[in-house]
Design a protein around this ligand. Structure first.
Ligand SMILES: [Zn+2]
Length: 207
């Protein structure tokens, strides 16, 4: 079961996957910690893993708070482990007038044990660079959690550090193939409303 926890203000949406393990995707920023944590605790008291679709501050800024509260490590693409650890330009924390505090335990998503663990939970990760170089999307049930790669009515910006429009176009094309192969119904984006497969046609208007 995937719960959508709507992002507030500039914060990203968060998603909570409840199943063999409970996984929180993109916690958002510290500003909404109490609120989102409250929503989570109405569903479950236990989080096993935190996954970031990418290292941007509005998605990952509160990682450290959830890590400490739930005692759960943070997983991110291997290409962005260093960004998250050292708050590089790529996190764009300065745009939010803030500093990103790194979580203590960061595991690259291509770690063999983690990949197996996610598979066991029915989750597959797809590398979808373009919005940032280490962006990932997560396939789970009949949905794809797309971060800022693909929105219901648009695509993510490609002009931030490590962004690239050609990569973004290719990543969205890759997701469309997977969506058709796996009978995906829902697109669960990092901001705004849920989408359906028409998101792919909408995306083409922007690329
Ligand atoms: Zn982003």
């Amino acid at each position: 079961m995937i719960y959508k926890l709507n992002g507030i203000g500039h914060d990203s949406n968060s998603y909570l996957i409840v199943g063999k393990k409970n996984i929180l995707i993109d916690p958002g920023t510290p500003a909404t910690f109490d609120l989102i944590r409250g929503e989570i605790e109405q569903i479950t008291k236990n989080i096993d893993y935190i996954i970031n679709t990418h290292c941007h501050y509005d998605h990952a800024g509160a990682d450290y708070l959830y890590e400490e509260y739930f005692n759960a490590p943070v997983i991110i693409c291997d290409k962005e482990v260093n960004d998250l650890k050292n708050d590089t330009n790529t996190t764009v924390s300065k745009l939010f007038g803030s500093k990103l505090i790194a979580p203590k335990e960061i595991i690259p998503i291509n770690d063999i044990e983690i990949t197996e663990e996610l598979k066991f939970c029915g989750i597959e990760y797809i590398e979808t660079p373009g919005h940032t170089a280490g962006g990932i999307s997560l396939v789970c049930e009949n949905s794809i959690i797309t971060g800022d790669t693909l929105f219901a009515y648009g695509v993510g910006r490609w002009d931030f550090p490590t962004g690239n429009i050609v990569d973004l176009r290719n990543s969205i094309a890759k997701l469309e193939v997977i969506a058709n192969q796996k009978n995906i119904i829902e697109i669960l984006p990092g901001h705004g409303e849920k989408g359906n497969l028409s998101a792919f046609n909408n995306a083409k208007l922007f690329l």
